[in-house]
Design a binder for this molecule. Sequence first.
Ligand code: PLP
Length: 353
Amino acid sequence: MSKPKFDTIQYLDRNESQYGPTPKVYEYLKNVQIGDVAWYSRDFARGVKSKLSERIAADYGFKETQIILSYGSEDILKQIIHRYLSRGEKVLIPREAWWYYKKVAYEVGGFNVEYPMIKGKLDGVDSFLYDVDKMIKIYERERPRIVIIASPNNPTGNMISREDLGKFLDVCRGAIVMIDEAYWGFGSTDNSYIKPYLDEYPNLIICRTFSKYFALAGARVGFSFAGNNLEELKGFTTRYLGYNLISENLAMIALDDVDYYQKVTGMMQEDKEYFYKEFSSLPGFKAYKSYANFMLVDMPRDIRKGLDKFLKERNMLIKFLEEEAFKTETRITLGTREQNYYLIECIREFLKQ
Ligand SMILES: Cc1ncc(COP(=O)(O)O)c(C=O)c1O
């Protein structure tokens, strides 16, 4: 075996950024001041939760009270469920979903009902798609208290179209609808729908995070746009002594460096094109359209074990999914160009054996 290209494990299995955040983040960290670590926030005295919620509200044209802050979007999801779901009530989630959706309802004695995605083509590329008519049927049958839509969805990578989303939201006005946009930014940076949707659907909450696009997963910062009916949630999530001042400052620095993130996303987009091309030329492989920082790839079932071992020996980790909905799919987090090219080189070498 030739010497692995990387001496340490390359984690292309967790949907974390391999490029990291804007370098300005590290500059700030080198110069942290006493007020950032030893003192509480003074923002509450001004009638706002934080500089960050104030900034986001101004950027999107909301009142500050409509912006919720959280320790990542995992945290807000948990708080929504814990605040609104009672024992025996249902959460409607995608069948092909992030594992945590499947777990959280049980924390409060609730349970899940699932809606399936379908497979099709988008712009000529294989894609998972939301099946809105099916979702409406299941919603009407099950009457869940909470509905979760992920766009882009993990691990399938697809987004729900604006038209389908509007059609669905019109039907489920009686439920609380959470749109998890953790992977916002990689496929589209459009924000024009946010304010009109929140105005139209007062039970809607759109959740975002600094973990993915802004590459600050370790800083644990999430934010949400909350509809006008969700007053109790706004109170429930407010922390009067403030949040994590360092993390908030990192988030603000990230928001200001639009050019850095556009550049990184551009490189990732080129690498997605490279992956589509490479995987479509390998027998039995199929890469699904991705609007995220990862790509779902179908591959022959009988090579999974061997390929996993082969890649691990070369310090490359990708995620071989082992769930009910995925028996042959693998989720690959987009790495740097060097990591991505090496991954394909390894897969080709494995297939030649
Ligand atoms: C769909 C989805 N939502 C939310 C999260 C949680 O992100 P965070 O808590 O870091 O914001 C993840 C993490 O991988 C995810 O895949």
